[in-house]
Design a protein around this ligand. Sequence first.
Ligand code: GCB
Length: 595
Amino acid sequence: MLKPTPTPTRELVSLDGLWRFAVDGPELERPWSGRLPGDREAPVPSSYNDLFLDPAVRDHVGWAWYQREVRVPRGWRGERVVLRLESATHHGRVYVDDVLVAEHIGGYTPFEADITNHVEAGASFRLTVGVDNELTPATLPPGHVVTTEDGRRRQIYHHDFYNYAGLARSVWLYSTPLEHIRDITVVTDVDGDAGRVGYQVDAATDSEVRVSLRDAEGQRVAESGGATGTLTVPDVVLWQPGAAYLYTLTAEVVRDGAVVDSYSLPVGVRTVEVRGQEFLINGEPFYFTGFGKHEDTPVRGKGHDPAYLVHDFELLDWIGANSFRTSHYPYAEEVLEYADRHGIVVIDETAAVGLNLGVAGGMTARNPPLTFSEEGLGVQMRHTHAQHLRELIQRDKNHPSVVMWCIANEPASQEEGAYEYFEPLANLARELDPSRPITYTAWLMANADNDRVASLFDVIGINRYYGWYIDNGDLSSAEAHLEADIRSWIEKYDRPVMMTEYGADTFAGLHSLFDMPWSEEYQVAYFQMHHRVFDRFPGFVGEHVWNFADFRTTTAVHRVDGNKKGIFARDRRPKSAAFELRRRWRGLEGRKPSE
Ligand code: GCB
């Protein structure tokens, strides 16, 4: 799925800005059929939850409505007109005047509506978008709604981050010619000094397709004809972690010698491979340093914000992180584009978090059914999961920064039924993208002995909280337990193992001379202990701290104004541990200290 961008044959209008806004209620029968009542306005992109002071908005469960007028540029007569929503969390319905033109379930991937037959160039229309934040046993992430004694609906879910909702990413109106390029897929390889760019152009036409590649200076370095082929780049400059280099691939549809459609895509030439216990980028062992992140900022919630985007990447650079994981859902595509341009490596994750009925917000639930049984999440979840996987790979397949797909975070992988659930998904990921390794993250209760799914994946990610949820305040026991745990995975599986989560809640500004959990000193000591242990394992392939920054969560007794495992506070000020990580990672430069 091509991200809309202006080209010589395509135009783009941003629909970001203030829209009319209302949450659903009995007075709203067909909200799309006229002007939304009330005077509320909400910005796009932004989650809506923290904007207003009305708890009825913040705690709303169900549909909320956005509306604005849109004028189609008058020059678009004879063109295809497309609406594109980068996301609608978690279920979106789009109306052009009174007509439903698109519906999409899944809160973190884009969807489009071809509205050519519903609009006229030069005229305006009423655009209404409904977004439903309800999580059910069949959605990703899963959840369910309970009715309180006083009749309110409350959303329950099994992950800790707050269920922000709304139009958190951009909305676009764009034009394409009728004969147009639908999609482009690029897979790169390296052969000696030459780069190979395999491409496939999916075009809604039988006219000729032409493809060319330019280097960063704009010099044409390769060209080819036909919808499928391989471009060879002599003396290729590789896309490297920390040293991004991007070519530009341009695909054109040509009829009678004239270009009727044209689309350009940045291309980084690099290889990714798992060999034995090593993770290789461009044939070189790569050691991941960095974080699990969240899209989370004050007021905007999960709303994409280019200022935080730039600032977060500045902080990644300052601290010496070479990578991050898009925990626990696909991030705005602008984030991946920025990573492509700045040489940051990404593990790209689906929204499959909370596939674990034994956990409810970090605590053990009472007698839950087996997660992957019919009484548990059931067969519908497999379809949902497959759809999420398809849409993630479809959107992100061309980003050189993305080196691995993470199929799920902390599923109940030790439970009966887990292998049967994940086998088809692992196969699907490999079929959709044979060029990238796949991973998942194993939770605390899934160990090398009882985990049932690790053999399906190329890389094993382990999330461990020794010294926090286990051995809290006792770092010496934690050290022994951590070491034994890592050793058991490495000895059992001949494949790369990395730490995908480790962290300790820390209240910025709280200090102690003792090993006191929640203090900044304890967080520092916690990381020092972990790093001592990691360095005892030459086969280990990386360390991703949980979390980059403090983030908003659902309320829970073990959450003080959110999750405080951030290395940076929610406003991005550093805690003491930031300096500790910087010392280590700046010295590592993508390798282990021992190398
Ligand atoms: C985990 C989850 C993550 C939580 C974290 C925590 O294992 O993967 O989403 O935020 O623990 O802090 O409890």
